[in-house]
Design a protein around this ligand. Structure first.
Ligand SMILES: [Zn+2]
Length: 98
């Protein structure tokens, strides 16, 4: 039986994306695709795609946004937060357990 040798460099790198809410494979920056030079901070519905349910900015490796746009995006999100268009923290959810 010709088995492939266990490659420890490979094993940790590739995770299954199935069931993940993030992109299954490397995708291009959606802002680059839209040829956006600036990101509108007055558009919370757009920005909400790039924050987690905890109100945090989603890391670049999960959204596929390029470095330049990630920076712009981060500023836009912070501005939107300041204007109360986005939450700093999610609304209080009381988990009723028992
Ligand atoms: Zn980009």
């Amino acid at each position: 039986m010709a088995e492939r040798q266990f490659n420890r460099f490979d094993s940790g790198e590739r995770r299954k994306w199935s069931g993940s809410k993030f992109a299954p494979k490397r995708k291009v920056c959606s802002f680059c695709v839209a040829k956006a030079k600036t990101i509108d901070y007055k558009n919370p519905s757009k920005l909400q795609q790039f924050i987690t349910d905890r109100g945090k900015i989603t890391p670049r490796r999960k959204t596929g946004v390029c470095a330049r746009h990630q920076r712009t995006l981060a500023i836009a999100i912070k501005r939107a937060r300041h204007l109360a268009l986005l939450p700093y923290v999610p609304a209080h959810v009381h988990h009723v357990t028992g």
